[in-house]
Design a protein. Structure first.
Length: 68
């Protein structure tokens, strides 16, 4: 007999802010299916590296989660 446990995923809305030199210049909103806020935040940050706002030519680029 195998114990089967499923962890229920929920839908999270995560807003990522892109900044250059401490000045915000863009935000993007991601909808993420995850088991908790920590994982949703992590997944959204990972997704944001594919954003057009994540550009190596932007000086002192940073990203942060600003909302859930």
């Amino acid at each position: 007999m195998h114990a089967s446990s499923q962890i229920e995923q929920r839908s999270f809305t995560v807003e990522i802010e892109f900044s250059s030199g401490g000045e915000a210049y863009a935000t993007e909103t991601y909808t993420v299916e995850a088991t908790d806020w920590y994982r949703a935040r992590r997944d959204a940050l990972e997704m944001s590296v594919s954003s057009p706002y994540d550009n190596a030519r932007i000086p002192d680029l940073t990203r942060r989660v600003v909302a859930q």
